[in-house]
Design a binder for this molecule. Structure first.
Ligand code: PNS
Length: 167
């Protein structure tokens, strides 16, 4: 980890249904830059279908992977993202961007969040090349059809996915 981090708190929000190594890479990089990082797990995302995993389990998957970072906390939220960020005194929202296809959605979210909270800056980290194709929905699809998801999500997540998708 870097010796001098940016003072203050950043929020890394998402549905994380489930968390992937791509998300974990963004969280680790944010934790290298900011003094404190709060990973915000959306309880029930408005624009997506029902999540496969409940918020408590999505939180616990991430907690299991960030234990080595003393400056990272994981919390569920069911409010506006900017209210969650304010509640934690965050000055920034940090998100990953994979491909141009992410841009339109993120641009819209950025404008909404900026309108409501111009004092909270949104910062985008480009996905590492090895994770640029990785998405939670892609992982669920692979798992559902028996594809190999090892190396893409933590082992515990892979095991739970296999259990859930067998039903
Ligand atoms: O696509 P994701 O990663 O699941 O994004 C979730 C989130 C909360 C980061 C995104 O929906 C967002 O930026 N929303 C801003 C509007 C808001 O606060 N909505 C309420 C929570 S869904």
């Amino acid at each position: 980890m870097s010796a001098s981090r940016n003072a203050g708190t950043a929020v890394c929000p998402g549905s994380y249904d489930p968390v992937t190594f791509g998300h974990l890479d963004v969280i680790a990089r944010a934790a290298n830059v900011f003094e404190n990082v709060v990973v915000g797990v959306v309880d029930q995302p408005v624009r997506k279908q029902q999540t496969l995993f409940r918020a408590a389990e999505r939180v616990s998957f991430i907690e299991g992977e960030v234990a080595e970072y003393p400056n990272v906390q994981v919390k569920p939220f069911d409010t506006l993202l900017v209210d969650f960020a304010r509640e934690h005194g965050a000055k920034a929202i940090v998100k990953g961007l994979r491909a141009i296809s992410d841009f339109e959605y993120e641009f819209e979210m950025n404008q909404l969040n900026r309108k409501m909270a111009p004092d909270i800056e949104s910062i985008y980290l480009m996905a590492a090349p090895e994770f640029s194709f990785l998405s939670s929905s892609g992982i669920k699809e692979l798992a559902m059809f028996g594809g190999d998801i090892s190396g893409l999500v933590p082992e515990r997540v892979a095991a739970r996915l296999q259990e859930e998708l067998k039903r």
